[in-house]
Design a protein around this ligand. Structure first.
Ligand SMILES: Cc1cc2nc3c(=O)[nH]c(=O)nc-3n(C[C@H](O)[C@H](O)[C@H](O)COP(=O)(O)OP(=O)(O)OC[C@H]3O[C@@H](n4cnc5c(N)ncnc54)[C@H](O)[C@@H]3O)c2cc1C
Ligand code: SF4
Length: 328
């Protein structure tokens, strides 16, 4: 691990001022950052501990939505009464991630910014990784790529985003509230994470020095008919091969609105609008579910080891929809 200066912020303004050096990282739960620092993947010169900032609570919003502070721990959020009742999809996704010990430390902001688990990225002994060293190549393209993307990848990078929580937040139309040197801004979840394109070193559209202060959830329309399905190698403590956040707004048997977002298959939570269109306006019948499941892998491009994800995604979407609709 490289030497760094540890600083503790006492307020949001203080945190922003301490992060003026571009090679600064904020420290929340530390469950991802410290691992990456120990492996020399991340080499900040300054680490600003934000754990004393008052960003660790849920606030009810006047419009019926909810503001979740960026430092709220994943376990507390998953088990909060308001989340379990109004946003069970989010609760399920959080509880599907990591282990109880990790969830007790992991924060909302840190979860959104956790980095890919591509082994060529996390092991700095591998020289070819465009995400770690832009221009060095992508070892995963011809190497071990069982866990990698089938959708939205680029020549430069085929990694996937590892967060379960982000997939649910995308399905719930969440908005990330950010403070930075130039003030506040709000980033819809759909625009928060990026596809790799020619700049895989950039995971998100957060600017240097910006601090996530909260995630806002709009009033819940999907509580009665939603489901987070995670398919993984072990029943616990494993990242998703494929995951599906399915959220339906159903009235008198007819689907008024739908969200289908995939995890484990792309560099960002992958919203499948074609599958949603197949559902909206009709009843949740086997033929409709089948059409939506097939549409969910439109444009899929598997690599040597991960062709199985195409069929797995379709089956996972179908199962998640049946469960969300109450027919599984
Ligand atoms: C063994 C293991 C298994 C795991 N399994 C899963 C899994 O199955 N599913 C899953 O979703 N996750 C999984 N995780 C990841 C875990 O959820 C993340 O490590 C955790 O959510 C990160 O949160 P943190 O608060 O510890 O972040 P930190 O490690 O403190 O920070 C991570 C990054 O976010 C930045 N950051 C943190 N907070 C802010 C903020 N408010 N504003 C701006 N920047 C910020 C930091 O600077 C750093 O770059 C696993 C982790 C481990 C170690
Ligand atoms: S997939 Fe991305 S993270 Fe993995 S080796 Fe290639 S460039 Fe690096």
């Amino acid at each position: 691990m490289h030497a760094f200066v540890y600083l503790r912020a006492s307020s949001v303004d203080d945190a922003l001022a301490l992060a003026s050096d571009p090679n600064t990282r904020f420290l929340a739960g530390g469950t991802n950052l410290l691992d990456l620092m120990k492996g020399d993947v991340e080499q900040p010169t300054r680490v600003v501990d934000i754990n004393r900032l008052p960003l660790d609570r849920i606030t009810e919003l006047p419009d019926g939505g909810v503001r979740v502070g960026a430092l709220m721990r994943n376990s507390e959020l998953a088990n909060h009464r308001v989340i379990r009742e109004r946003y069970p999809l989010l609760s399920q996704a959080l509880l599907a991630g990591a282990s109880p010990q990790l969830r007790n430390m992991a924060s909302v902001g840190g979860n959104l910014l956790q980095r890919t688990r591509c082994g060529y990225f996390t092991d700095s002994a591998f020289p070819a990784c465009n995400k770690r060293h832009p221009g060095s190549g992508c070892a995963a393209r011809e190497g071990s790529n069982r866990m990698h993307a089938i959708l939205g990848a680029s020549e430069e990078c085929i990694a996937v985003n590892p967060s379960d929580m982000a997939v649910a937040l995308a399905a719930l139309d969440a908005v990330v509230a950010v403070r930075g040197p130039h003030g506040e801004r709000r980033i819809p979840m759909s625009e928060f994470h990026r596809l790799p394109g020619t700049m895989p070193q950039r995971d998100t559209n957060l600017a240097p020095g910006e601090l996530i202060v909260a995630v806002d959830l709009p009033p819940s329309r999907f509580a009665a008919h939603s489901h987070y399905l995670k398919v993984r190698d072990r029943a616990s403590y494993a990242f998703a091969l494929v995951s599906v956040a399915a959220a339906l707004d159903v009235s008198e048997g007819s689907v008024r609105d739908a969200r289908i977002v995939l995890g484990g298959v792309a560099h960002k939570p992958w919203r499948v609008r074609a599958a949603e269109r197949a559902l909206i306006g009709g009843r949740l019948e086997p033929a409709t579910i089948d059409t939506a499941a097939r549409a969910s892998v439109d444009g899929a491009k598997p690599y040597r080891d991960n062709a199985f994800k195409v069929a797995l995604t379709q089956r996972a979407v179908a199962r998640a929809l049946r469960t969300a609709g109450g027919s599984a």
